[in-house]
Design a protein around this ligand. Structure first.
Ligand SMILES: [Zn+2]
Length: 111
């Protein structure tokens, strides 16, 4: 389960930024095309934060839908899977604009 390693990385980043203070809330963005399962991250987060300053932290996950732009016809379109063809012209030359995010966007720490 690679979510465990990913979540551990997220928790490490949060703890580094918390400067030994209690973490109240962590907000992360997960792209639908990132291959990361939000439910698994939620589960791993609880496990990774035991006995840390993030043990009481709430985790909020914002899912980001896939968005691509066709390099041939310029159409922007929702992408449900990587490597789907363009809905307009059938081209496979799509540039991914959104959907691969995996990052901490907010961190709330005790004063
Ligand atoms: Zn196209």
């Amino acid at each position: 389960m690679h979510e465990m390693a990913i979540t551990q990385g997220i928790v490490d980043i949060c703890l580094q930024h918390a400067h030994d203070k209690q973490i109240r809330q962590v907000v992360i963005e997960i792209g639908d095309l990132s291959g990361v399962v939000p439910e698994a991250v939620t589960f791993c987060f609880s496990a990774c934060t035991v006995d840390t300053l993030a043990a009481e932290a709430r985790l909020e996950i914002r899912q980001v839908s896939g968005l691509g732009q066709c390099l041939d016809c310029g159409t922007e379109q929702p992408l449900e899977r990587l490597y789907d063809p363009c809905r307009q012209c059938g081209s496979y030359a799509l540039r991914l604009l959104k959907g691969e995010e995996l990052r901490v966007v907010e961190l709330e720490i005790d004063d």
